[in-house]
Design a protein. Structure first.
Length: 301
């Protein structure tokens, strides 16, 4: 039987796409009868557009853009799995703890994506703990594009993800907040698809999810292979950055990457300030975990 050809898009070259790229490079999609081409899109919004337009059948992306598309446009997109979204609030050189953030300038992208949700969320959390008067400073970009502002002291802190966060730390920056403490490290993203695809091609979806879960396992258990792939697809010249990225993200990775409704609920609550309908939205509406539950049940049988 000929392999099913399809395209899977991913948002960025950071660690979030790591498990899907590992799945591809390890031949696990092919193992399950899928001929998958992975494609770097123009951020999470690009993945959403690709899914809605049918350019890609599966997407690896952070949650806010998918939630927003559902709220604004009624897009029939759901998360099939969870994924990796290890994020940190990184302080400029010399800033050592979150207490120093009072009256600080926090980098803010302003595109309604993951960065904005995490910035708004942490500003609220810090204010509750007596660290207030934080100001949002518009950024020209994310990751390496905006790191210069942090290193120059033009910005006091910004949300970053490995491997860029690792590079910033090597330049004297400190991790002031690890979003893992709020349960958001493996919860605000994953693999998504259209409900239409699920209805029409359930067996293809089943195979994709099974391959991805096997790829996530390979990521978690094969450091050498994963570091090599991370370095290659992220374009890292320094292997040790890829090694630190792996060592930072691997601990605590779930054996079975379910979508996390509680994390989506947090995102919806933050987004409700701009989209009132988000306040009443059910996070389960954006999840279809039947395939990953099948895998879990078969493994425990």
């Amino acid at each position: 039987m000929a392999a099913v050809k399809l395209v899977a898009g991913y948002a960025t070259i950071g660690q979030g796409a790591g498990p899907m790229i590992v799945t591809e490079r390890a031949g696990l999609f092919a193992k399950h009868g899928l001929d998958v081409t992975t494609r770097l899109m123009a951020g999470a919004k690009g993945v959403v557009r690709g899914l809605v337009d049918g350019e890609v059948q599966f997407g690896n992306l952070a949650a806010p853009s998918l939630l927003r598309a559902g709220l604004e446009q009624g897009a029939d997109l759901v998360f099939l799995t969870g994924g990796i979204n290890q994020q940190f609030l990184v302080g400029r050189p010399g800033m050592k703890d979150r207490g120093a953030l009072a009256n600080a300038r926090i980098g803010f992208v302003g595109d309604g994506g993951l960065n904005d949700v995490l910035v708004r969320f942490i500003v609220e959390q810090l204010d509750k703990n007596g660290v207030g008067a934080l100001r949002l400073l518009p950024l020209a970009g994310t990751g390496r594009e905006s790191m210069g502002a942090l290193l120059a002291g033009d910005c006091d802190a910004m949300v970053m993800t490995p491997p860029e966060a690792i590079e910033a730390r090597r330049h004297g920056c400190a991790f002031l907040v690890d979003f893992a403490e709020f349960g958001l490290n493996y919860a605000l993203g994953g693999i998504a698809a259209r409900r239409r695809t699920i209805r029409k091609e359930p067996e293809t979806v089943r195979k994709f999810v099974k391959a991805y879960v096997e790829g996530m396992h390979r990521y978690r258990t094969d450091r050498e292979f994963t570091v090599k792939i991370q370095q290659e697809y992220s374009g890292l010249k320094d292997r040790t950055v890829a090694e630190e990225t792996y060592d930072l993200t691997q601990p605590g990775m779930p054996e079975i990457p379910y979508p996390v409704a509680s994390a989506l609920a947090i995102a919806l609550k933050v987004m409700a300030k701009d989209f009132p309908t988000a306040a009443k939205a059910d996070p389960q509406h954006f999840i279809d975990d039947r395939f990953i539950r099948e895998l879990a049940n078969s493994a425990s049988a």
